[in-house]
Design a protein around this ligand. Structure first.
Ligand code: MG
Length: 391
């Protein structure tokens, strides 16, 4: 059953964020370099069983949501929320009716760290026949009833669980619960609605990473946790272009006066090409040729700095950051030394990092081989990139 079930996900980002102490809705505030809601979006997209995602934004906020998410809106439906959480979820469920998913996950974007193992546990519960499931954690602290400023009786915490999202449901069952809701009281989550409709909700193990950003200070704490949790990736790149008469010499983003220039489909900036491949390598996203095929006429004569800017955008889209790059240019002539600092400045500018994170080196091959004979220039590069854990 599991392989054939159609699973949809709803991400709620319709709140005003009034408790988080910021004027910008908290779901749009940048966390580790991308809007908060983009984190849950990436987690849902990264899960192999989720076929479609509906993002619920504040009423009137669709254009803003699209603008903030940029190319991340691809394959995503954006729905405007209602006046309450319940109405927002209901809008999203109705939007999914034509697709008739079997299961639906309903998630709060204020919980940006969403381990795929939690999604697995929820879907396993539904595959096993449950109509609803939610992740919970035990309560570790002693709980007491507050009587004004005085401590009252201790509450038995063994019976209590902290409820997280996503909550997972049989689509028809949760849709019916929403359509049939008549109570004047607003539920705080969907599991309560399913229970009110007479169905059981299964408890599965939650995860401490699923912490919710609610109060001032939560965002900063999460930022710190995420940066500590980032993993370092290293990529390498190598490229060679032929030196010919009558061509301009573009190297490291600079036009360098020389008797000959590099030939290629683009401006043939061999140093930038090696660097782009190093960055794409760190992302494990193929190579420069797969993103900018030489067979595509639109890249004829293109300035290579556009390729580098694209690689930088890919890092940002993954929520990552560039820690350091190191480029080695291999040629007998021209001399690179006099241009080294200008190259570092130019590359740092395109990369959007401090110059101290950009190294440019040069060497010869002692007049041996293709570079030694002056037939071409070679370059190699290494890029160190940090990416969110699990990305
Ligand atoms: Mg090349």
């Amino acid at each position: 059953m599991s392989s054939n079930t159609h699973v949809a996900a709803i991400i709620l980002a319709a709140g005003s964020g009034s408790r988080s102490g910021s004027s910008m809705p908290k779901q749009y505030r940048a966390l580790a370099g991308r809007p908060l809601l983009a984190h849950s979006l990436a987690a849902m997209r990264g899960h192999g069983r989720i076929a479609q995602i509906v993002l619920v934004v504040p009423a009137g906020g669709e254009a803003e949501g699209r603008a903030l998410l940029g190319d991340r809106v691809d394959r995503l439906r954006i729905v405007e929320g209602g006046e309450t959480r319940r109405l927002s979820v209901h809008n999203a469920l109705e939007a999914l009716v034509p697709d008739a998913p079997d299961h639906v996950l309903i998630h709060d974007s204020a919980r940006p760290r969403l381990p795929s193992a939690v999604i697995d546990r929820l879907l396993a519960a539904l595959d096993g026949g449950a109509k609803g499931a939610m992740p919970v954690l035990p309560v570790a602290d002693t709980l007491v009833v507050a009587q004004e400023a005085l401590a009252g009786d201790v509450v038995d915490r063994a019976m209590l669980r902290r409820v997280q999202t996503p909550q997972a449901f049989d689509f028809a069952a949760i849709l019916a619960a929403h359509r049939g809701w008549t109570s004047a009281q607003e539920p705080t989550d969907d599991a309560q609605m399913l229970r009110a409709a007479g169905q059981d909700v299964l408890l599965v193990e939650g995860d401490a990473a699923l912490e919710k950003i609610t109060y001032p200070g939560d965002h900063e704490r999460m930022e710190l946790q995420l940066s500590e949790a980032m993993v370092s990736r290293t990529g390498m790149g190598f490229d060679v272009h032929r030196l010919v008469a009558g061509e301009e010499l573009w190297l490291g983003g600079l036009l360098i006066p020389h008797s000959r220039g590099l030939s290629g489909h683009s401006d043939a900036d061999v140093a930038i090409h090696a660097l782009v491949d190093a960055i794409l390598g760190a992302l494990a996203e193929g190579d420069i040729g797969s993103h900018f095929p030489p067979s595509d006429p639109q890249w004829r004569g293109a300035r290579s700095e556009h390729f580098l800017a694209y690689a930088v955008e890919r890092v940002a889209a993954r929520g990552g950051r560039i820690d350091h790059v190191d480029v080695t240019i291999i040629c007998e002539a021209p001399k690179i030394g006099p241009h080294r600092d200008a190259m570092r400045r130019r590359l740092a500018e395109i990369l959007g990092v401090a110059e101290g994170r950009v190294s440019v080196k040069a060497t010869t091959t002692e007049r041996l081989g293709l570079t030694g004979r002056g037939e071409g220039i070679a370059a190699q590069a290494v890029a160190t990139v940090r990416l969110p854990e699990g990305d």
